[in-house]
Design a protein around this ligand. Structure first.
Ligand code: NAD
Length: 440
């Protein structure tokens, strides 16, 4: 019997260990899912604090309930570790480490490279390596494969290599890891076969594609599609505003078209790990081929201007009430980039806070999901979330709604703050109107 056949049999029997590297928003739900469908799972992370928390049955991600972790620990099926030599114990190693941009907006693959080098050091026959981190087309074959080949093992025969883009949507109640279809591309047909067999045990639908490049490009298309369409509605919002037309009314009406239109909504700018970052991975790669990605650049330009547009709106609205931004107390509502999540990475809320502070406003923030701002890649704000009470709110001259968390007390805010700049149409959509609400 071939190696591949035996490996597939072991997957079916659950005589198979799945390792996941990078236990963040993507890796943690994934490792738990593999554990829950009966695999022995090993979680790897460089952060010893996270590893300790997990081994103690504690979750550091709000939408991952701790009992999912403790159940697997009690069943002796899950363990977290910082020890990269233990990659050797895993039959499959799935890589979910960060892929940020450098300060020059170029792909920063150092986390992927470091992980792959550590895997290569212990790579053994039969192992499946699968990259999930978002990256430019070509990474798996041009960056990952050569590093693994240094062991003298043959891909597709001795070991297997695939790419499967991560599609996690934190905060989305409708879809879970298991119900989001998984696109998979393999370096060889055997790699594709083994990777699809493994994922099919954990997700309802696997979508095999013809190459790792197609799988990598699929993720980039999905993210560029969002970035460009959000930029489009952001630009239209500003244009329509000048014409006295409310963009939210326009979108609601356009949405009634049953075909050919998908609604995107304007906002205070892009946030998160993906949409503001990943398209630039393609821009960088395209340069190698002498191709310009003008849509991506333009979308980036428009979206990155949104936070200053919002601050301009706050300034104008205060001015109309005879107040200067300088010295005014302004409350930013929402530090997470996305509603009902605790993820502040690249959040426009942080950028708006910085703009406000730079203009000498006395700015604060409130976010029920983020009690204190972590020090991020770009933002170093040492602030704690303001609790929302009638008293605390009455001390502010203005509030800017950046993230429309369901947990905000909208009626109380509406009642207590004299000026509300709403970037999400959150007040009007709840039937809260008034001349002190300004759309931005
Ligand atoms: N968060 C999302 O919604 C989302 C969605 C789609 C795609 N992605 C992609 O998935 C990848 C991971 O994103 P994330 O949001 O889970 O990031 P994250 O920051 O939440 O988690 C990454 C984890 O990797 C760990 N890590 C860093 N370097 C490591 C190394 N060398 N070895 C082991 N662990 C290491 C970090 O400590 C952290 O716990 C990125 O490529 C991202 O673009 C994320």
């Amino acid at each position: 019997m071939s190696d591949l056949h035996l490996l597939k049999e072991r997957i079916a029997r659950r005589d198979y260990t799945v390792g996941v590297v990078g236990l963040g928003y993507v890796g943690l739900p994934l490792v738990l899912r593999f554990g829950e469908v009966g695999f022995q799972v090993l979680g790897f992370d460089v952060d010893p604090a996270k590893v300790k928390q997990l081994n103690d049955g504690v979750s550091y991600i709000e939408h991952v309930p701790p009992d999912r972790i403790s159940k697997l620990i009690a069943a002796r099926r899950f363990e977290a570790t910082v020890d990269v030599e233990r990659f050797a114990e895993a039959d499959a190693v799935i890589i979910c480490v960060p892929t940020p941009l450098t300060v020059h907006r170029e792909p920063d693959l150092q986390y992927v490279e470091r992980t792959v080098d550590a895997i290569a050091a212990v790579l053994r026959r039969g192992q499946l390596i699968c990259l999930e981190s978002t990256t430019y087309p070509g990474t798996t074959e041009e960056v990952v494969l050569p590093r693994l080949l240094t062991r003298g093992l043959r891909v597709g025969e001795d070991f297997f290599l695939a790419f499967s883009p991560e599609r996690e949507d934190p905060g989305n109640e409708q879809y879970r890891t298991s119900t989001i279809p998984k696109v998979v591309g393999g370096v060889t047909p055997g790699c594709l076969d083994l990777a699809c067999t493994l994922y099919a045990e954990a997700v309802d639908r696997v979508v095999p594609v013809s190459s790792t490049k197609v799988a990598e490009a699929t993720k980039i298309l999905e993210n560029v599609y969002r970035a460009v369409n959000i930029a489009l509605v952001n630009e239209l919002k500003i244009a329509f505003e000048q014409m006295g037309i409310d963009v939210w009314d326009v979108i609601e009406a356009a949405k009634t078209k049953p075909f050919g239109f998908h609604a995107f909504y304007p906002g205070p700018g892009l946030g998160g790990h993906c949409i503001p970052i990943d398209p630039f991975y393609l821009t960088w790669k395209a340069r190698e081929y002498g191709v310009a990605t003008r849509f991506i650049e333009l979308a980036g330009e428009i979206n990155s201007r949104m936070p200053s547009h919002v601050v301009q709106k706050v300034m104008e609205a205060l001015n109309a009430r005879g107040k200067a931004l300088k010295g005014s107390r302004v409350l930013v509502l929402g530090a997470a980039y996305k509603r009902d999540t605790d993820d502040p990475r690249e959040s426009p809320g942080l950028e708006i806070l910085e703009h406000l502070l730079a203009k000498e406003a006395r700015a604060d923030y409130s976010d029920p999901h983020i009690p204190r701002l972590p020090i991020g890649r770009r933002h170093k704000l040492d602030l704690a979330s303001v609790p929302l009470t009638d008293d605390s709110l009455r001390g502010f001259d203005a509030a800017v709604l950046v993230t429309d968390h369901a947990a905000f007390p909208y009626e109380l805010i509406h009642r207590s703050v004299p000026l509300i700049v709403d970037t999400r149409n959150a007040f009007r959509s709840r039937g809260l109107q008034g001349s002190h609400i300004v759309s931005a």
